[in-house]
Design a protein around this ligand. Structure first.
Ligand code: NAD
Length: 355
């Protein structure tokens, strides 16, 4: 089982090191190869996604990714910015389905800004379409500057579009995921205003007829944003487009208290996947040894489950994470009175020990 390890920038290197440590104690035949990506790759090779890194990712069964980006690259021409590496990997590997679970660990109920009774026991799965929508439609801004801005321009616009096969395949992913959970799918759209999302709604409804055992409902995105903070437990699987999914998955991630706890998976049609924490490179805390590595460690568990077919190993990691939380160990982002503050490395060591 070959894994491309791409730590990236900022806290990326610190948190990925802990996940690698955890993977190494499983005793599985994992071949891990590390490469540069993002700002680190730009510094060394002049491009955020060098050919050699892309080749390694394509040849691997899965990619374990840290995070990319730093404010110092904001002035670069857009194709050279670190974040382009993720878009390039998604596009080249055909990663169209993004899984973002939002699970509230019982020990962290107090870390949420919502009332405990609203989030205790929360377990929702947001499935975001990742390779279509307005992020990949034709940009129509008049590009006259190389730094990504348009001095003197009077307007700029982007195009929202989805094809039927693109909607069908993500709908199938959602219904199949729901079958393994509580058999409910909420499709989020903006059909009242956008033609693209009336089409989305129609196609999802059509696909839903093939899954009579799964209950499907539809919700406008503004209402979904509201319901997520009002009654998040009403959701099970949420499926939506690229832009709405981007926003709603970040909102959902904060329900549980810390973005440092939330893993994600992006899969293609053959279950090859990219696994990364939901957060970014956190330049504000990089190099301080205080970042929470659990989102990345839990992403490694998702990798074992979805791409490497190692369910038992995935569960072993997840159980170890539960155990260290039960022991009261906390990185700074989830620390509260009465718990023990630990560093990034100490948290990784504790997970290894629990395993
Ligand atoms: P961020 O997620 O990096 O940080 C937001 C806040 O959360 C910060 O205060 C940070 O300290 C904290 N945080 C994030 N991860 C944490 C962790 N594991 N433990 C403890 N605290 C954590 O978002 P941002 O500050 O908006 O963006 C920083 C950079 O990351 C930007 O360059 C952005 O483009 C990039 N980014 C990259 C990705 C990615 O690589 N997939 C995703 C989002 C943002």
């Amino acid at each position: 089982m070959k894994i491309a390890v791409l730590p990236g920038d900022g806290i990326g290197t610190e948190i990925v090191a802990e996940a690698v440590k955890v993977l190494n104690v499983l005793g599985l035949p994992l071949k891990m190869e590390t490469a540069l990506v993002g700002g680190a790759a730009y510094e060394a090779h002049g491009h955020p996604l060098p050919e050699s890194t892309l080749k390694l990712a394509k040849e691997s069964d899965a990619v374990l990714f840290g995070a990319v980006g730093d404010w110092k690259y904001d002035k670069l021409d857009r194709p050279l910015r670190p974040e382009q590496a993720i878009l390039g990997l998604r596009k080249n590997l055909g990663l169209f389905a993004n899984f973002r679970p939002a699970i509230c660990y019982e020990q962290l109920v107090g870390a949420s800004s919502l009332k405990p009774e609203l989030i205790s026991g929360l377990d929702i799965l947001i499935i975001r379409e990742l390779t279509g929508d307005i992020y990949f439609g034709q940009p129509r801004g008049r590009r006259i500057a190389t730094d990504g801005h348009f001095p003197g321009a009077e307007e700029a616009f982007d195009t929202m579009r989805y094809s039927k096969p693109e909607i069908e395949r993500i709908a199938h992913v959602a219904f199949q995921a729901a079958r393994k959970r509580s058999k409910r799918v909420t499709s989020v759209d903006k059909a009242n205003v956008l033609e693209t999302f009336q089409f989305w709604k129609d196609v999802v409804t059509e696909v839903g007829q093939q899954y009579p055992d799964v209950e499907l409902d539809h919700m406008y995105v503004d209402n979904a944003a509201m319901q997520l903070v009002k009654a998040p437990k009403r959701f099970d699987v949420v499926v939506t487009g690229n832009m709405f999914g981007d926003i709603l998955s970040d909102e959902a991630s904060m329900l549980t208290g810390s973005i440092g706890m939330l893993p994600s998976a992006s899969l293609n049609a053959s279950n090859q996947g990219l696994y990364e924490p939901s957060h970014g490179s956190a330049p504000d805390i990089a190099g301080k040894g205080i970042a929470n590595p659990l989102a990345t460690i839990l992403s490694a568990a998702m990798m074992l489950r979805f791409s490497l077919n190692q369910e038992a190993a995935a569960q072993q990691i997840e159980a170890a994470v539960q155990q260290v939380l039960a022991q009261g160990l906390r990185t700074a982002d989830i620390f509260s009175e009465g718990t023990t503050r630990v560093s990034t490395r100490e948290m990784g060591d504790a997970v290894v020990k629990a395993m």
